[in-house]
Design a protein around this ligand. Structure first.
Ligand SMILES: Cc1cc2nc3c(=O)[nH]c(=O)nc-3n(C[C@H](O)[C@H](O)[C@H](O)COP(=O)(O)OP(=O)(O)OC[C@H]3O[C@@H](n4cnc5c(N)ncnc54)[C@H](O)[C@@H]3O)c2cc1C
Length: 354
């Protein structure tokens, strides 16, 4: 029954799928257009293990985030991947936002995530540099060393026989009576390969590839949703992650920290024509303005341009994971895709076996 599967994309989702498929007995080849794994969306995010708060009940994001969070904590513990259950505060800074927190608490409860609503005074006692009129405490939010996770997933996939081919870009997938015919370019030379199945986990490149075999696939927006990050010099102002109330296209400019003891602010949302990874240095004042409502001392701290991530958005706003014949397509795997990756891999493996 062993079948050959090509997984396109060596981000966290492609690598998690490769590991799960290799463990399930498939012959896996992973193709990645860059020279290194995790150089696109997976290497440019907040590194947060999300609790499953914001997503509509029953949505793919809600389901995969909740299952993924559980699998992620277990995987990190079992494989010595640096991670920490930091907790997170979602803060209101005026009475209108107090009401938004109450709605968010209900949405989270519908997903099975219990958040404590505390007063501003209680929140400020927990985090002395904070200003809040009320806050939700998310006890299960945490952070993970994303690169440690990526290398662990790859190592396990390879130990089970998977092969990674970098600098290999797929341009077309054709269905033939014998199987799937994949063409592209590998290290400057044209390549073609026949495989039994394909998993399109190409992140920002997934819609363009899907267009070669699925004309009606949900489309990405005309513009790209760029998110800038600024790092904060000096000691950590907060021990927990701090998020404002969410905005329309993102979670609002939030405060995160990583396992190296570096803290940062971001990401904002800036819609751009063509993807670029240059930090918009002119956004620094906007960042200070956005966070000063919950962190008044921000004006005393130096901020430095850090990095940029681009959100792989798709119309409809939810994850799309679909098997058509012998092709499994993953579209719109934006946040909480990192948290969801192991659950998505579980589902993709079940789809492959169906
Ligand atoms: C700013 C930002 C912050 C985020 N924060 C969080 C967070 O804190 N927590 C969380 O859970 N999620 C977060 N996310 C979401 C998370 O980062 C993504 O959902 C996840 O990394 C997606 O992984 P992926 O493997 O699908 O995509 P990618 O990591 O982009 O991997 C796809 C790979 O496919 C390759 N590729 C593309 N086209 C081709 C082709 N034709 N041939 C070969 N290879 C190809 C690319 O080079 C890339 O390496 C965030 C996202 C952004 C943008």
């Amino acid at each position: 029954m062993t079948k050959s599967v090509m997984v396109i994309g060596a981000g966290v989702v492609g690598l998690a799928c490769s590991r799960a498929l290799a463990i399930a007995g498939y012959d896996v080849v992973i193709v990645e257009k860059h020279a290194y794994i995790g150089t696109e969306v997976s290497g440019r995010n907040s590194g947060v293990i999300h609790a499953g708060i914001y997503y509509p009940q029953g949505s793919a994001k809600a389901r995969f985030c909740l299952r993924g969070k559980q699998l992620m904590y277990q995987y990190c513990a079992d494989h010595d991947i640096p991670h920490r259950n930091t907790q997170k505060l979602i803060v209101a800074t005026n009475s209108a936002q107090d009401g938004i927190l109450q709605k968010l608490q209900k949405t989270a409860a519908q997903n099975g995530v219990i958040l404590d609503l505390i007063s501003g005074a209680q929140a400020m006692a927990l985090e002395p540099e904070l200003y809040a009129t009320s806050a939700l405490v998310s006890a299960t939010t945490g952070i993970v060393d994303v690169h440690g996770l990526l290398f662990s997933l790859l190592a396990e996939a390879e130990a089970m026989g998977a092969v990674l081919s970098t600098q290999t870009c797929v341009s077309q997938i054709l269905r033939t009576p014998q199987g799937l015919h994949v063409t592209g370019n590998s290290m400057g030379a044209a390549f073609e390969m026949s495989v039994d199945m394909v998993v399109n986990a190409a992140g920002l490149g997934a819609p363009q590839l899907a267009a070669t075999y699925w004309p009606d696939a949900p489309k990405p927006p005309a513009l790209f949703a760029k998110g800038n990050y600024f790092s904060i010099a000096g000691s950590l102002p907060f021990q927990r992650l701090i998020y404002p109330v969410p905005e329309q296209d993102g979670l609002g400019i939030h405060y995160t920290l990583d396992l190296n003891g570096q803290s940062r602010l971001g990401p904002n949302v800036r819609w751009i024509d063509t993807p670029n990874y240059d930090v918009d240095v002119d956004a620094e004042d906007l960042f200070r303005d956005a966070v000063k409502s919950y962190w008044p001392n921000v004006q005393d701290r130096a901020l430095s341009p850090d990095y940029v991530g681009i959100r792989p958005k798709i119309e409809g706003g939810d994850f799309v994971i679909r098997r058509d014949d012998r092709i499994i397509t993953l579209l719109g795997i934006e946040s909480p895709g990192l948290t969801s990756s192991l659950a998505i891999a579980e589902h993709v493996t079940a789809l492959a076996q169906a």
